[in-house]
Design a protein around this ligand. Sequence first.
Ligand code: TYD
Length: 140
Amino acid sequence: MERYSVNDCKVVELDKHHSDRKGNLTVVENNVTLPFAVKRVYYLYDVPGGESRGAHAHRDLCQLIVAVSGSFTVRLFDGKERRSFFLNRPYQGLLVYPGMWRDLEDFSSGAVCMVLASDVYKEEDYIRNYEEYLKYRSNG
Ligand code: TYD
């Protein structure tokens, strides 16, 4: 597994089709928009104000995180450097590579956080313990 840093993670502009009369449509397509094929989609919603989500890292999973409604902040840490991304546009997605500790915070009311993921749900892919994560990133 390649070792990624927070500087590999970035906001990508998604395809947006605009119609003055009928609004907007955004497309994410396998092998066109993303450097991975999507195997799973899930979304977070009804997150109470002041609550945070995440607080884990993934060993192999790649994700695209989209604020399809409202806004929130994604804080990433790669064991050395930190980067924060404020997401509030349904036509932008944050590409998160494996190995990033992430915290999702400051959800606006009505925020919907959609995640497109490169694999099905596997609990063994998670690192949920922060000390374990620091060890994982400091080895090799
Ligand atoms: P978790 O990934 O810990 O949520 P977050 O990081 O957003 O706070 O998942 C919360 C719960 O949902 C946990 O019990 C596992 C379950 N879950 C699934 O069953 N399938 C999934 O695809 C995901 C993402 C979570």
